[in-house]
Ligand binder design. Structure first.
Ligand code: SAM
Ligand code: SF4
Length: 462
């Protein structure tokens, strides 16, 4: 659908820089949506931008310092543009660092115009107007009770062919307060969108060609949104409703928490064909002592049991996880317990992190911080083990036929890239017009981070 507003408003260039998780990718797309009626259209080069939004992430190490260093670069670009006779570029900082640092950002970087937290981006047009009027700074980092989703434009940007697989945030915030994590402080308390608003956004995405939906939330399986009758619906109920939308062939969700896994979610993996056989279920550690110190609320054996039940329901399910090595107090024995858990489960992939203290979190003030050199050594060991498991998982697919959603052109002419049910990129020779289809591909061999295959059928295997 074309945007008539943009034709009557002066067109301006918007460049959004996104750091961090998929929820930030989703938020950046929605910020582009809310600014579109003001005439802003996305551009890929920051040098051409009338407005830049730096959408930040607080999870990674030295997050705040990286923001200030990037802001220094943006200031320079703004000065160069002014020297070339362009209008003053608006600089906005969004996301979790904006939430955590607030006014500190304006103090250290007074040239920033707008600072907005992750819960307030629906108010961006008003903030842009206020910043222009006052010629000063606008800071919006409260957690409004009204949910931002209720204020977003109902017509989002048309999906491009590359965008056949889209993110949809269904839940935000977290009440779990793991010892190491800033999310409860930056994203606020746990809250879920209503079933109706999610279905309406998903239908619109499907109309624009989206075939694969990834439902997002900090604790996505804690989802408890209200349905049309005012009753609380859980994630499996939502998945069932979404799978009935015409065009939506695949559904994924991330990130889930072991404590919120229910039998009905496990059953949904057995019953719902659209639910992909891939589960990202972070465990962080295999040691009960460390899990307790982390405040994760479950033991290593409880995690093993959850995976056993998923596999009983859906034998081909691929398991992914997050691990932190070197949490305060982690001994050699604790680390060995993590390696034992990894060997027991057999992961298709996993993200591995070295513990890094986050100001304001309990672990950052804990005694017995682990030596950096020990953390480095443990990270290498754990990464090697995960890499071997990932290679084994990918290797086991060679010679097998899998359903692949073709999403975009490959780097070489005649190549098309798609995604397997297990999240791997799969490269095949196929005509471009097949992008958007789900086809049967025989896996021929593994590449470093993807699989090479050949087209077997233009439909999917039963
Ligand atoms: N809600 C999810 C869960 O409970 O598993 C994870 C959300 S967090 C945004 C993503 C991952 O970042 C975590 O699973 C953890 O492994 C890692 N992480 C978070 N804080 C960290 C820290 N202080 N040091 C190292 N890794 C961290
Ligand atoms: Fe952070 Fe996840 Fe723990 Fe919540 S459950 S505090 S988001 S790691």
């Amino acid at each position: 659908m074309t945007d008539n507003t943009a034709t009557t408003t002066k067109l301006k260039n918007l460049h959004v820089i996104t750091w961090g998780c998929q929820m930030n990718v989703y938020d950046s797309a929605r910020m582009e949506d809310v600014l579109r009626p003001l005439g802003y259209r996305p551009v890929s080069q920051v040098e051409h931008a009338d407005m830049v939004i730096l959408n930040t992430c607080h999870i990674r190490e030295r997050a705040t310092e990286k923001v200030f260093s990037e802001l220094g670069l943006l200031k320079k670009i703004r000065e160069d543009r002014l020297a070339q006779g362009h209008e003053r570029m608006v600089i906005a900082v969004a996301g979790c660092v904006a939430q955590a640092e607030g006014a500190e950002i304006i103090q250290r970087a007074p040239y920033v115009d707008i600072v907005l937290g992750p819960q307030t981006y629906h108010r961006l047009p008003e903030m842009v107007a206020r910043a222009a009027r006052a010629g000063g700074h606008v800071i919006e980092t409260d957690f409004p009770v009204d949910m931002k989703f209720d204020f977003l434009p109902t017509e989002a940007a048309p999906q491009t062919p590359e965008n056949l697989s889209a993110f949809l945030t269904i839940q935000e915030g977290c009440d779990k307060f793991c010892s190491f994590c800033v999310v409860p402080y930056t994203r606020g308390a746990e809250s879920s969108r209503s079933v109706a608003s999610i279905l309406s956004e998903a239908r619109q995405m499907a109309r624009h060609g989206v075939r694969e939906l990834t439902l997002l939330g900090q604790n996505v399986n804690a989802y408890h949104g209200l349905d049309a009758q005012g009753a609380s619906a859980d994630l499996p109920q939502l998945v069932r409703a979404l799978s009935r939308i015409e065009g939506i062939a695949r559904i994924r969700y991330t990130t889930s928490h072991p404590r919120d896994v229910t039998q009905s979610l496990i059953d949904a993996h057995r019953d719902e064909a659209a639910l992909m056989p891939f589960l990202h279920l972070p465990v962080q550690s295999g040691s009960d002592r460390v899990l307790k110190a982390m405040n994760r609320g479950h033991t290593a054996d409880e995690y093993r049991d959850i995976i056993r039940r998923f596999r009983a329901a859906r034998p081909d399910i691929a398991i992914s996880s997050d691990f932190i090595v070197g949490h305060p107090g982690e001994t050699d024995d604790d680390f060995e317990a993590t390696l034992a858990l990894i060997r027991d489960i057999g992961f298709a992939q996993a993200y591995t992190f070295k513990y890094s203290p986050r100001p304001g979190t309990p672990a950052s003030a804990a005694d017995f911080q682990v030596d950096e050199a020990v953390k480095d050594a443990r990270l290498q060991i754990v990464q090697k083990l995960i890499r071997a498991q990932q290679d084994a998982f990918n290797g086991a697919l060679v010679g097998r036929d899998v359903a692949v959603l073709l999403t975009h052109k490959g780097r070489k002419p005649g190549q098309v890239v798609g995604r397997s049910p297990y999240q791997q990129p799969v490269i095949i020779d196929a005509p471009e017009h097949m992008i958007g289809r789900i086809v049967t591909v025989r896996i021929l061999h593994t590449l470093t981070n993807s699989l090479a295959g050949e087209l077997i059928r233009e439909t999917i295997c039963a």
